[in-house]
Design a protein around this ligand. Structure first.
Ligand code: F6P
Length: 739
């Protein structure tokens, strides 16, 4: 729209300049011609008047002269007449001529001196008056001067009329032109382009009717339409082939899982059944910044993992609407179609007030359950009021979900994470026909650790409402079984890994979460990362770390490891730079705010210690970076440090591996991550040991290319074989097996 207005403005400016130039010339000529006319008429009048008055003037017949003057003066545009004698004295003047005009003898004197007609505009009169004086002769001798006073204000009026008319015409023409341009663009260009874009989108997303919609496009777009139609038909063919192939591969567990295959799998086994995902964190956050609405995908492993599944299977995702522009971008029910650029499923936002957020998210989820489940030596804080809000918010989500599934037969519900431990039971109690899967994205501690939680029974019973309960690793499943055995009365089937409680059976299974992974991933990413160029970094060796600013991620220990590395291997000073991307997280929680400040201080301390010649060992970037921004960095890095103190899985490790289709680069991975079970070819370390971390960095940097390839190849195979689509399929398969 801006460009359109700018183009119209540019054309209007150019046309205006032309019209103004043209009018200027026109009025110039008009003025000259009117002046000519005025002079000519004044001269004729003066000449004829001279002939009439000469006899009376010569004999000084004043009254005759006066009556002649008055007779002549009555004419149109003639203001009056006067006669001056040869000494410049006023001899006679017609009635009604203003005094200030005749008091000035300059012009008649000039005419007598030069013996020729002299004309000029009166400087005294406010309206324009033209004065022409012509010498009066007798026997070729100048005996006086006849002066004609003409009104000339009509010249200015005529010029200003010309300007007005031309500018008015210009205004009308500009207006008509702008309207014509808008209409032409709207109907002839914009509307067909919108139609074409919609048709292309339909064709791309496999919806019917794309081609026929496009065929209706007309005019000069016909040739493009023909080409795009062919392209979209090829796309449909390719899609059909891919879906047919996916259908055939459905049961061959060793062939790679793709979005297409997952879609086919879902269609084949769930037919028309609808999928509902529930999580606290929403996949798209809309914000209003300086009156402009923007959206972002949050830095959250859960979103990284579930978004591709929702895109493949469609359905509805219920989550807390936390963005400043979430309300204005959703409808009255809090719904919005996402992804914003190419909608594939519905996001239903649930609104929480400050008290609920504080108690449910900040308090019980992140100050109690998070430290309780992670062994990172941070004490959980259990507050009764947080627990009450936690229960209330679980109830609120349950009500919203139950309303959505009211008319849905056997809905498939996938509840995510520790924010909703009570939700499975709440749903199952109201809708026993719903098939409920729950996935716990963080570790499950051993029974003894968990036993400190005052509301452990309610939490376990809530979770046991699920039909399938997933954890990342077998170890967490074991811990859960042990916890339930210790805390509540139930029947455990160790063969099937199932717990029966109050007549309902829950299957406990490991599903190591993953990333989409594709062989072509980031293929077109330039080798030299744009981010590095932006940062003006040209290190010989580059290390990278990508973590939310969370105390479980081991960022402080990692920095200690880096410090130790430069102590032990000083030759790498000015050679090795470590870029740590660390977007702030959970800033409502005091511990996280402290941690943010500590990390900044620690990076500064180490940088102050070693920086030299414009080089510094640690580049700490606290902004949220998109996947597209991080991928080039993964590709440019020699090593990636993933060193949490405890982590359910850690998808950064898998993303790094997935990005390295050049099969180079080394992953240094904490032994306390779920990922360490899947990526055995990483350099596995104990992140608490700065020495071990430093040695691992050295080993990674100096690792021969052949060994890097061998290790990376194996890790890529592992991620490729168990990517996010397989994770979803395995989880869904466990739900299918229930029936
Ligand atoms: O890894 C655990 C987890 O809660 C994920 O479920 C989520 O993706 C991530 O942490 C981000 O946490 P938050 O939603 O609190 O920003």
């Amino acid at each position: 729209m801006k460009q359109l207005l700018a183009s119209i403005a540019a054309v209007v400016i150019v046309v205006s300049l032309v019209v103004i130039g043209f009018t200027y010339t026109q009025v110039h000529q008009q003025q000259a011609s009117l002046m000519d006319d005025l002079q000519r008429r004044s001269t004729l009048l003066a000449d004829s008047f001279k002939e009439s008055i000469r006899p009376a003037y010569v004999v000084k017949a004043t009254s005759t002269l006066q009556s002649l003057l008055n007779k002549f003066a009555g004419r149109e545009r003639l203001l009056g007449l006067a006669v001056f004698d040869n000494k410049g004295e006023l001899f006679a003047v017609s009635a009604g001529l203003p005094n200030e005009l005749v008091e000035d003898p300059q012009i008649p004197e000039k005419s007598m001196d030069s013996d020729s007609a002299v004309g000029a505009f009166s400087p005294q009169m406010p309206g324009k008056v033209y004065i022409l004086a012509s010498p009066l002769h007798q026997d070729e001798k100048v005996i006086g001067s006849v002066v004609v006073y003409q009104r000339a204000d009509y010249i200015d009026a005529s010029i200003s009329d010309t300007w007005k008319n031309n500018l008015l015409r210009l205004l009308v023409q500009s207006l008509l032109f702008a309207i014509a341009v808008v209409l032409i663009l709207r109907w002839i260009i914009y509307a067909p382009i919108v139609k074409m874009a919609e048709a292309i989108r339909q064709a791309r997303s496999g919806q019917a009717g794309g081609d026929s919609a496009m065929q209706k496009s007309h005019g000069f777009f016909k040739p493009i339409v023909a080409e795009i139609t062919k392209m979209s038909q090829s796309l449909v063919l390719a899609r059909t082939a891919a879906s047919e192939e996916a259908r055939m591969r459905l049961e061959k567990i060793d062939s790679p899982w793709t979005a297409e295959r997952l879609k086919e799998f879902f269609k084949a086994y769930f037919k028309e059944r609808k999928i509902f995902v529930v999580s606290n964190r929403e996949p798209y956050i809309h914000s209003k910044i300086k009156n402009e609405i923007t959206w972002e995908v949050p830095a959250a492993g859960l979103v990284t993992a579930l978004e591709p599944i929702m895109e493949a299977c469609g359905g509805m995702w219920l989550a807390h609407g936390s963005g400043s522009a979430d309300k204005i971008t959703s409808d009255a029910e809090g719904k919005i179609q996402v992804p914003p650029e190419e909608p594939q499923y519905t996001l239903k936002r649930i609104w929480l007030n400050e008290k609920e957020i504080q108690g449910h998210y900040v308090g019980f989820s992140n100050e109690a359950l998070w430290p309780l489940c992670h062994m990172a030596h941070t004490r959980p804080i259990f507050r009764k009021e947080d627990w009450l809000q936690y229960r209330k918010v679980n109830g609120k989500f349950a009500q919203a979900l139950l309303a959505e599934i009211k008319n849905v037969q056997r809905p498939v519900i996938l509840i995510q994470d520790y924010h909703f431990a009570l939700l499975p039971e709440m749903i199952k109690n109201s809708r026993p026909d719903a098939e409920v899967g729950m996935f716990w994205h963080i570790p499950w501690p051993n029974a003894e650790v968990f036993s400190v939680c005052p509301w452990r029974k309610e939490i376990l019973e809530g979770m046991l409402g699920a039909d399938v309960l997933g954890f990342h690793t077998q170890q967490y499943c074991n811990n859960f079984l042990e916890t339930v055995g210790k805390e509540i009365e139930s029947l455990t089937d160790l063969e099937k890994f199932a717990i029966t409680h109050k007549g309902h059976t829950t299957y406990i299974k490991p599903f190591p979460i993953s990333v989409p992974f594709s062989n072509t991933e980031a293929e077109d990413v330039p080798h030299k990362s744009e981010l590095l160029e932006k940062l003006d970094l040209k290190p010989k060796f580059l290390g990278v770390g990508v973590d939310r600013l969370d105390y479980t991620k081991g960022i402080m220990e990692r920095f200690k490891g880096l410090e130790f590395f430069f102590e032990m291997y000083p030759a790498y000073k000015e050679q090795f730079t470590f870029v740590q991307i660390a977007p702030p997280s959970r800033e409502g929680v005091e511990k996280y705010r402290q941690f943010n400040a500590e990390v900044t201080r620690e990076a500064e301390r180490i940088n102050n210690k070693y920086e030299n010649n414009g080089w510094k060992p640690i580049v700490l970037l606290k902004e949220n970076h998109t996947h597209e921004e991080i991928f080039p960095l993964y590709r440019a890095a020699n090593i990636c440090l993933v060193t949490p103190l405890h982590d359910g899985m850690n998808l950064v490790a898998k993303e790094f591996v997935s990005a390295r289709n050049d099969e180079a680069g080394v992953l240094v991975l904490s032994q306390f991550t779920g990922a360490a079970r899947d990526l055995k070819d990483a350099i596995i370390i104990n992140p608490y040991s700065a020495e071990e971390t430093a040695e691992a960095i050295y080993k990674a940097i100096t690792m021969p290319a052949a060994e890097q390839h061998r290790r990376m190849k194996k890790m890529r195979e592992a991620v490729k074989n168990y990517n996010i689509y397989r994770w979803a399929a395995e989880f869904l398969r466990a739900i299918i097996n229930l029936g």
